[in-house]
Design a binder for this molecule. Structure first.
Ligand SMILES: *Cc1c(COP(=O)(O)O)cnc(C)c1O
Length: 364
């Protein structure tokens, strides 16, 4: 079976992890520092701390904003539950916004229509790595400021977006909060891990304390002015991430070339609609998503041809735990049964991608 996901692991990862394991110190130490320096270089952004997952980073970002309980957070239902459970964990209210059918990202028009004085933040997810229009978000932030005379917080969930950029700038570096995931199936994997990007040096110092109980590790025995969490990364995961950092460039580049291949070869194919593309946005192409007629039949056809496919994330708004927040999402309703991701990752060679295209073009 050609899998939909596979973990890219550099040959050096085992050696790097083994060095830490044999060193007598496996907690947060030098490897974490070194990995963070690598991330700063790669993203060209100074204000970040690593965490043990993107879920922790998203939860910490909302915690740090100290929004009053019950404040509304505009968000998308089409994402990993991590995005929205971070809202619930902070006693905030998710307000579902509809998706843009061209990208499956949150729809800026719907965001605008749902902004009022009770809204304190927006969570956006770059679906499959395809950038949300950051100019639109900046405009929405400005409108909010002039209407309510305070800042609207933006949290970018960049879990799909390692390698993505808008106008040459890496996602997550636009001056608000953002989370990257280095989980098992993401393009840069630490086994598990994450990073939180922050607006400035002061918030970054604060996050550095809060990820480890609120303790300032640079001097022992000091006071804890603000309680924190156990959200830090350890040196074992950091060593794996460090070993995979360079590899992740070639991983992303193969995702991208496979996606371009599908864009060309599947254009105009019967029964599928492809996603929209804008010239100013570079996607990590972590997922290759299309909208397929009779999707479940295509999934079965692909499976019988030895190709795994799927919708990846189930919409979050229909779970019992968020039933009280239900609202109409007509665009998501209209596309949801058609969303399909096909394998496009670094493990897909020329033969595999031809096989996948032929299977789809052969009809179902
Ligand atoms: C993977 C993922 C997360 C969670 O990442 P972890 O590092 O596993 O916590 C969050 N959001 C999205 C969109 C994801 O795909």
């Amino acid at each position: 079976m050609i899998p939909l996901f596979k973990t890219a692991m550099s040959d050096a990862a085992g050696e790097g992890a083994a060095r830490v394991l044999g060193s007598g110190y496996v907690g947060q130490g030098a490897a974490v520092e070194e990995f963070e320096a690598g991330l700063r270089r790669e993203l060209d952004y100074p204000h970040l701390v690593t965490t043990n997952s993107a879920t922790s980073a998203l939860t910490l970002a909302l915690h740090m904003m100290a929004l009053p309980p019950g404040t509304k957070v505009l968000t998308t239902a089409l994402t990993c539950t991590a995005t929205n459970f971070a809202i619930l964990a902070n006693h905030l209210i998710p307000v579902w916004c509809d998706v843009d059918p061209e990208t499956l990202n949150i729809c800026p028009r719907d965001v605008r229509s749902k902004i009022d004085a009770g809204v304190g933040a927006i969570m956006v997810v770059h679906w499959g790595g395809y950038p949300v229009d950051m100019d639109e978000l900046a405009a929405i932030k400005e409108e909010y400021k002039s209407d309510f005379n305070r800042d609207l917080h933006i949290v970018e969930d960049c879990a799909h977006a390692w390698g993505s950029s808008h106008r040459g700038r890496s996602l997550g570096t636009f001056g608000d909060y953002a989370a990257y995931s280095f989980g098992p199936i993401k393009s840069l994997s630490c086994g598990d891990g994450g990073a939180l990007l922050l607006p400035d040096a002061d918030q970054t110092e604060r996050a550095r304390r809060l990820r480890w109980f609120g303790i300032d590790r640079s001097f022992r025995g000091g006071d804890i002015p603000e309680y924190g969490f156990k959200y830090h990364m350890n040196d074992v995961n950091a060593a794996i991430g460090l070993a995979n950092l360079e590899l992740s460039r070639s991983v992303v580049s193969r995702h991208r070339s496979n996606s371009e291949f599908y864009d060309q070869r599947l254009a105009g194919a019967d029964g599928v609609r492809l996603m929209g593309r804008h010239p100013d946005r570079v996607s990590s192409c972590w997922l290759y998503t299309l909208l397929a007629d009779r999707r479940d039949d295509l999934v079965r056809k692909l499976r019988s041809a030895g190709i795994e496919s799927g919708q990846v994330h189930a919409r979050n708004d229909l779970y019992t735990c968020v039933r009280e927040f239900t609202r109409p999402l007509p665009v998501l309703d209209s596309v949801y049964g058609s969303i399909l991701c096909i394998p496009c990752g670094w493990w897909i060679g020329d033969e595999d991608r031809n096989k996948i295209v032929d299977a789809i073009k052969g009809g179902w």
